[in-house]
Design a protein around this ligand. Structure first.
Ligand code: ADP
Ligand code: MG
Length: 235
């Protein structure tokens, strides 16, 4: 479902990703881990075609992103649900309207929108919060609206870049468990994080990046944040 072949990405002369080879099968749930600066966000941005690789090939859902014309990028985005660390909700729109936004833009009729949005809010346990505005919701609830928005169109792939970066540990775990339940329905999910707590509590595939290279890739893996990273947190 996701494949990178010999991918290199440089910013200016500086390598951010070096010779990445990676395959994530349909329905798989994987973490992309590594300390700050390891290249996690860069890899994610290649997958939703926010950026192009310097060399190498990226495939999502069988589509070679190098061959995607600029006017086809919105088409790719509809196959992908994207979840952000800072939620990116529209502040003056209700939870319902935030989730409905993409469907309205696609011209889906209102009855179908109501059906799909209600269903997506139900999946994230926010069926009673559709009328709430983002500033009336907790961080965890706002992120669940973000997840409902990402799944409302039934995309085969969900990408989440540090989705729990602004949340406390208990709420972070709830969010990851919610994503794990969604993946059991067949959605392919890749979550980038530097949070070893959520990774180690979930025991799924763990792909580790270190200085732009894949340093390990293990099923049911653990993540031990590097000693230098721990010192930075403690210091
Ligand atoms: N837009 C950019 N321009 C220049 N350098 C960048 C840009 N984005 C990221 N980098 C650099 O690429 C490397 C990887 O960054 P990033 O992918 O953000 O890592 P992570 O998400 O793991 O913290 C870092 O050295 C970072 O400074
Ligand atoms: Mg990042």
């Amino acid at each position: 479902m996701i494949r990178l072949q010999n991918v290199h990405k440089n910013y200016g002369g500086c390598p951010a990703l070096t010779n990445i080879n990676l395959h994530i099968a349909p329905g798989e749930f994987a973490f992309l881990v590594g300390p700050s600066g390891a290249g996690k966000s860069t890899l994610m941005r290649l997958l939703y075609r926010e950026e192009a690789p310097t060399t190498g090939m990226v495939f999502v859902g069988g589509v070679n992103l190098n061959r995607l014309r600029a006017n086809q990028v919105p088409l790719l985005r509809r196959k992908l649900g994207i979840i952000f660390q800072d939620y990116k909700l529209l502040p003056r729109q209700t939870a319902f309207a935030n989730v409905a936004y993409v469907l309205r833009a696609l011209g889906v009729d209102e009855r179908e929108i109501a059906r799909r949005v209600t269903s997506a809010l139900c999946v994230v346990n926010l069926e009673n919060k559709g009328d709430a505005y983002p500033d009336e919701l907790s961080g965890g609830e706002q992120q669940r609206v973000g997840i409902a928005r990402a799944i409302v169109n039934g995309p085969p792939v969900l990408l989440a870049d540090e989705p729990t970066g602004n949340l406390d540990p208990a709420t972070s775990l709830e969010i990851v468990q919610l994503l794990a339940r969604i993946s059991e329905r067949g959605t392919t999910i890749l979550i980038s994080t530097h949070d070893q707590f959520i990774v180690n509590a979930t025991r799924k595939r763990v792909i580790a990046l270190r200085q732009g290279e894949i340093s390990s890739d293990v099923d049911s893996g653990f993540y031990d944040a590097e000693p230098s990273a721990m010192q930075n947190i403690e210091g």
